[in-house]
Design a protein around this ligand. Structure first.
Ligand code: NI
Length: 427
């Protein structure tokens, strides 16, 4: 049955101001957005927003490793390579399909409860991640994390994932997931880019996360990172989501201003690992599409996109000593429609007719929202709000999280399984 969200304050990145609206949702899509009071609810279920509920597009977490929820807290306060080599990779070697499934379910609960309606994941046993996402009803862009892969077996596994799951439930898109230039040879990277072009798939990649990355990749002095993207063919794939991009040289920013390319900024993970601060404001002013991600729960440690938005705007103002940089409107664009595009979802991320009905309802009847209106909503949301204000999270029109509870997930069952999995992994 269609559902009418009556008298909600709608904002998305295509608008200059919020509007009190009646929003009709049917068959998983936004069917209409009309001025508040203009739509009767006689033929549908009605949700009363009462003018004190905001409806925003759900967040798109455009870079992450969901099952790392099981590794949260491991190797705190280490530099990236020490952290990976000493604490993360040895434990990841013990992961099996069931553990990844359990860790992903735990991540999905955390993401839904903090307003994420679509997540990117680069990891292993990705068929089980797809299962977890489909069971929960959440949208996702999935890639098999490819490291080394001299025999091409992991690429083949990633392509099989695409054959089996691309388009599943109208929720899943599969990308190829070469981990990074320092873990995949240039020949293999070229083969992966070729396979992406041949199979019409996007690519997720870690990109210039730390200052030493280009040195350890072996390409320093031989070619620039941008030449590498051209020579391997990565720059031409359908959608290229470059995770981090902290050490992109500002003078090359215009190179990344292409429709099929997005930089996925992970402000909290970059800060925690001491990787640096990406030149996000500069990239945006150069026309680059920038999305937001949390990265894995072992380097963040929350999967909360609201946090990322606030860190993103405050960081750019602070490190550049310029309070005019990166508006809250821009942060909301990064965390919604820009992320959807980065993962190849072209009808997701706006509250607009024919778009996927992926949205959050935010309770504005809270002390920190006193004074919020149609003009200042983005600033109130980004600077004063938090994911604790989320009343409901819906994907494809289905409410999956509401008033602190999950409608399609056995919360206690997932929590118990996660604790057992963690024990098994870290004993
Ligand atoms: Ni990552």
């Amino acid at each position: 049955m269609p559902r009418l969200y009556r008298d909600v304050l709608v904002w998305d990145a295509s608008r200059t101001r919020a509007e009190r609206s009646d929003v009709l949702v049917a068959r998983g899509k936004i069917a209409s957005v009309c001025p508040s009071g203009s739509r009767s609810g006689y033929d549908c279920c009605v949700y009363e927003g009462r003018g004190n509920t905001a409806m925003l597009p759900g967040f798109v977490n455009a870079h992450g490793h969901a099952a790392m929820t099981l590794l949260r807290g491991l190797g705190e306060d280490l530099p990236l390579m020490d952290w990976l080599e000493k604490r993360i990779w040895p434990v990841e070697n013990k992961l099996d399909a069931d553990l990844v499934y359990t860790g992903s379910r735990l991540a999905i609960m955390e993401m839904l409860s903090t307003g994420t309606t679509c997540f990117a994941d680069m990891y292993f046993f990705m068929d089980r991640v797809a299962d977890a996402a489909l069971e929960a009803g959440i949208r996702c862009g999935l890639s098999r994390g490819i490291v080394n892969d001299n025999d091409g077996a992991k690429l083949e596994e990633n392509l099989k994932l695409a054959r089996d799951y691309n388009g599943a439930g109208g929720l899943v898109k599969v990308q190829l997931g070469p981990h990074a230039p320092y873990t995949v040879s240039m020949d293999r990277m070229t083969a992966i880019a070729d396979a992406a072009l041949e199979n019409d798939l996007g690519v997720q990649l870690h990109w210039l996360e730390t200052s030493s990355e280009w040195g350890t990749s072996g390409f320093e002095g031989k070619m620039s990172p941008e030449e590498y993207l051209v020579k391997t063919g990565l720059i031409d794939v359908k959608s290229l989501a470059l995770g981090h991009g902290v050490w992109i040289d500002k003078k090359y920013a215009p190179f990344y201003a292409r429709q099929n390319v997005a930089i996925v900024h992970n402000p909290k993970s970059n800060l925690k690992l001491g990787s640096g601060v990406a030149p996000v404001a500069h990239m945006i002013s150069s026309g680059v599409s920038v999305a937001l991600g949390t990265d894995g729960a072992a380097s963040n440690n929350r999967l909360d996109m609201w946090d990322e938005m606030r860190f993103a705007v405050l960081l750019q103002k602070g490190v550049n000593c310029d309070p005019t940089l990166l508006s809250p409107q821009e942060a909301l664009r990064m965390s919604t429609v820009a992320g959807a595009r980065a993962l190849g979802f072209t009808q997701t991320g706006l509250i607009k007719e024919e778009y996927d009905a992926d949205f959050i309802l935010v309770d504005l009847d809270r002390p920190h929202y006193a004074g919020l209106n149609e003009e200042n909503l983005p600033g109130y949301i980004v600077y004063a709000g938090s994911s604790c204000d989320i009343r409901a999270t819906a994907v494809a029109g289905e409410i999956l999280y509401e008033n602190g509870g999950f409608t399609a997930i056995d919360r206690d069952g997932v929590m118990a399984a996660a604790l057992l999995a963690r024990k098994k992994l870290i004993s």
